[in-house]
Ligand binder design. Structure first.
Ligand code: G6P
Length: 616
C-alpha cells in the first residue's frame, strides 16, 4: 500500500526517484507525486500512474540532488491531486514535505490540535497532520531529526514516512513503525524505499530499519536512532545487507505482463522453495528453524491465519494436515479472527501465511492469537526481512522471488509447497509417516517442477476458452475436497484481473442455491482431478448439464469424463495425488490471465487493488 522512495546524492536524482516509483507501483497506483529541494521545495503531483508523473516531470525539466516521491493507494481522501503526496506544511519561513505509507489512527485528535494551533489543512488525508506536527516541533527542536523523533512519538498507527525541509536542504529523514522501509547505501549517495526493488538500480547494500527507527540520510552518510519505548531516542547501529536480488528479477523480460512472467516462473520458484529437500532422503524439522522439533512435538493442533490468496493456501493445507498428519487444523481469515473471541488452545501452533509478510490484518491476528495464550507461531512468507517473519517463533521462507503482479500466482504455489513440507514434518514427528511413504512423497515433490512445466502446456487450449469467457459477466467455479479452495483461488483470480464476477462453490453445495443461477450465459468451471471424489463431482456436473449450463472442466489425463455438447474438457498431463491442487491452480491462473488479456484490463495493476495491504 503506497510506495515511498527518497534519494540524496551527488547528481540529479530525479530519474532514480521515477524509476523507483515505477518499481513500487504494485503497492498502489491511484496517484503519484514528487518533491524536490532545489532552491526551495517544489512538488509535482498527479492522479493516475507514475507514467503521468514522469511526463509532467520531464516537461518541466525538474532536476535536483535531493527528493522524495510517492505512489498512492488511497485510504483517507479520494485519489485527487490535493490528496496526493507529498504533503506540505508551512509556506512562511520554511516548508516541510512528507510522504507516508500507512494510517495515522489518531489523526482526528491531532488535526484538531494542529488546527487550534493555527495550521490550515488543505487535504482530506491523515498524512497532512504529520507535516504540520513536524513543523510545530521544529519550533521547539530546530534539528530536523529531533523534530521528526518528537513527532513520531505522538503518532499512533502504522506508518513509514520520508521528510524533507527547506532549512535542512542536505538531508532526508525517514522513519518506520509497522510499515516497511529500508535504506540503500550507494557510491554517490544514500537512498530510502519501501522495498528493495526500487533501489536495485543504484545499490545492493541495504539496511532494513527496525520498528521505531528514525534515520537521517545525507549524501555522504547516515545515522539511525531508535525511538522505541519511553525515554530519549538513542543512536543505534543496524546491519548492512548485500541484496542477492538482481535487477532482472524485478524486470519483465520477454513477457507482456509480470503476472504472465510469474505464472511461467512457477516451476523454478517451486524448485527453489523445495531445494533443501529435493536431494534429501528424509525431511527435517530444521527446515522451519532450530526450535521447530521441540515446538512441533508440543503441537496438538494447527491454526492458520491469512488473507486473500494466502488464505486459500491455508484452506488446501487443512486437508493435508488433517489427513496426513492427523492434526485438527483451523483456517481463519485474519481480519475476522482478530475481532472474534475464539477459544484459544495454548498448544495449537499458529501459522501465519503471507506473501509480503506485511499484511496488517495477518500481523494483527498473529499478535492477537499470542495475546490469547497461543504459545508458538510459524511464519510462511516470501520476504525474509518482513514484519511477519520477525514476529513469529519459527519461519519458512518460500523462495518465489519478487512477485510484482498484484494477483498472486507463484507466491501461492510456493506457499503450497511449503505447507506440504510442514504437513510431512508434522506427520513424521507424530509417527504417521513411514520411511517408505516419506520417500514416495519426496519423490513426488522432486517431480513437481516438471509436472508444473507440463501443466503450463495447456495454455493454448485455455486461450481458446478465454475468448468465450471474455463475453461473460458471471462465472461459477466448482471443486470438491482439497480442490474446492483451488476453485476459490480460480474465481478470485478471474475477479481480480478481468472484473468478471466469479463465485466458487463446493460442488456438492450447488443444489442448495447456486444452481438457480445456471443458464446458458453462466459458464461453470469445474476442477475434476482423478481422485476419490470424481464420481461425486460428475453427478454435480450432470446437474449443471441437465439445466443447459455450459461446463468447462479441467480434468486429469485419466479422469473418466467425456466431452459432449456443452461440456468442454482440458486434460492435465498427469494426476499428482496430494499435490494435485498445486497443478490444477496453473490452468486457472492462465484462464484469468487470458480472459483479462482479451478484455484489455490492466492485468498487473487491477483497479482499486494493491499488492500489499498494510492497512486494516
Ligand atoms: C492483497 C493482494 C493479494 C494477497 C493478499 C494477502 O489483497 O492483492 O494477492 O493474496 O493481499 O497478501 P499477503 O502478502 O499477506 O499474502
Amino acid at each position: 500500500m503506497c510506495g515511498i522512495v527518497g534519494a540524496v546524492a551527488q547528481n540529479n536524482i530525479v530519474p532514480t526517484l521515477l524509476e523507483g516509483l515505477h518499481r513500487l507501483e504494485y503497492r498502489g497506483y491511484d496517484s503519484a507525486g514528487i518533491a524536490l529541494l532545489n532552491g526551495g521545495l517544489n512538488r509535482l503531483r498527479t492522479t493516475g500512474r507514475v507514467a503521468e508523473l514522469s511526463k509532467l516531470v520531464n516537461e518541466r525539466q525538474f532536476q535536483s540532488k535531493i527528493g522524495i516521491a510517492h505512489t498512492r493507494w488511497a485510504t483517507h481522501g479520494a485519489p485527487s491531486e490535493r490528496n496526493t503526496h507529498p504533503h506540505f506544511s508551512g509556506g512562511g519561513v520554511s516548508k516541510v514535505a512528507v510522504v507516508h505509507n500507512g494510517i495515522i489512527e489518531n489523526h482526528e485528535a491531532l488535526h484538531q490540535r494542529l488546527q487550534d494551533a493555527g495550521f490550515e489543512f488543505v487535504s482530506d488525508t491523515d498524512t497532512e497532520v504529520i507535516a504540520h506536527l513536524i513543523m510545530l516541533n521544529l519550533e521547539k527542536a530546530p534539528d530536523l531529526l529531533e523534530a521528526v523523533c518528537r513527532s513520531v512519538a505522538e503518532l499512533q498507527g502504522a506508518y513509514a514516512i520520508a521528510v524533507m525541509e527547506e532549512t535542512h536542504p542536505d538531508r532526508i529523514i525517514v522513519s518506520r513503525n509497522g510499515a516497511p522501509l529500508l535504506l540503500g547505501l550507494g557510491e554517490d549517495g544514500n537512498y530510502a524505499a519501501s522495498d528493495v526493488s526500487a533501489l536495485l538500480q543504484v545499490t545492493k547494500r541495504m539496511i532494513y530499519l527496525e520498528e521505531g527507527d528514525v534515520a537521517e540520510l545525507r549524501r555522504d552518510g547516515y545515522r539511525i536512532v531508535s525511538c522505541l519505548g519511553a525515554g530519549p531516542c538513542k543512536e543505534v547501529e543496524r546491519a548492512v545487507h548485500e541484496s542477492k536480488l538482481t535487477n532482472e528479477a524485478v524486470e519483465m523480460g520477454p513477457y507482456a505482463h509480470f503476472m504472465q512472467k510469474e505464472i511461467f516462473e512457477q516451476p523454478g520458484a517451486v524448485a527453489n522453495t523445495l531445494e533443501m529437500v529435493l536431494n534429501a532422503h528424509s525431511i527435517s524439522p530444521r527446515l522451519f528453524g532450530s526450535e521447530a522439533e521441540n515446538i512441533f512435538k508440543q503441537t496438538k493442533s494447527i491454526l492458520i491465519l491469512a488473507c486473500g490468496t494466502s488464505y486459500h493456501a491455508g484452506l488446501v493445507a487443512r486437508y493435508w494436515i488433517e489427513s496426513v498428519a492427523g492434526l485438527t487444523c483451523n483456517v481463519e481469515i485474519a481480519s475476522e479472527y482478530r475481532y472474534r473471541d475464539p477459544v484459544s488452545q495454548s498448544n495449537a501452533l499458529v501459522v501465519g501465511i503471507s506473501q509480503s509478510g506485511e499484511t496488517a490484518d495477518t500481523l494483527a491476528a498473529l499478535s492477537y492469537a499470542k495475546s490469547l495464550g497461543h504459545r508458538h507461531s510459524l511464519a510462511i512468507c516470501n520476504v525474509a526481512e518482513s514484519a511477519l517473519v520477525r514476529q513469529a517463533d519459527l519461519r519458512f521462507l518460500t523462495r518465489a522471488g519478487p512477485e510484482i503482479g498484484v494477483a498472486s500466482t507463484k507466491a501461492f504455489t510456493t506457499q503450497l509447497a511449503a505447507l506440504m513440507l510442514l504437513t510431512m514434518t508434522l506427520s513424521k514427528l507424530r509417527g504417521k509417516l513411514s520411511d517408505e511413504r516419506e520417500l514416495e512423497m519426496i519423490a513426488a515433490l522432486r517431480h513437481l517442477p516438471v509436472a508444473l512445466q507440463h501443466a503450463l502446456q495447456v495454455e493454448t487450449q485455455v486461450k481458446a476458452w478465454a475468448e468465450r469467457f471474455s463475453q461473460k459477466r458471471h462465472a461459477l467455479f466448482l471443486g470438491r475436497g482439497m480442490h474446492y479452495p483451488i476453485a476459490m483461488e480460480g474465481a478470485l483470480k478471474l475477479k481480480e484481473i478481468s472484473y468478471i464476477h466469479a463465485e466458487a462453490y463446493p460442488a456438492g453445495e450447488l443444489k442448495h442455491g447456486p444452481l438457480a443461477l445456471v443458464d446458458k450465459d453462466m459458464p461453470v468451471v469445474a476442477i475434476a482431478p482423478n481422485d476419490a471424489l470424481l464420481e461425486k463431482l460428475k453427478s454435480n456436473l450432470q446437474e449443471v448439464h441437465a439445466r443447459g449450463g455450459e461446463l468447462y472442466v479441467f480434468a486429469d489425463a485419466d479422469s473418466r469424463i467425456q466431452e459432449s455438447e456443452g461440456l468442454h474438457i482440458i486434460r492435465m498431463a498427469e494426476h499428482a495425488g496430494l499435490l494435485s491442487p498445486i497443478l490444477h491452480t496453473v490452468p486457472l491462473q492462465l484462464l484469468a490471465y487470458h480472459v483479462a488479456l482479451q478484455k484489455g484490463t490492466d492485468i498487473d495493476k487491477p483497479r482499486n487493488l494493491a499488492k500489499s495491504v498494510t492497512v486494516e
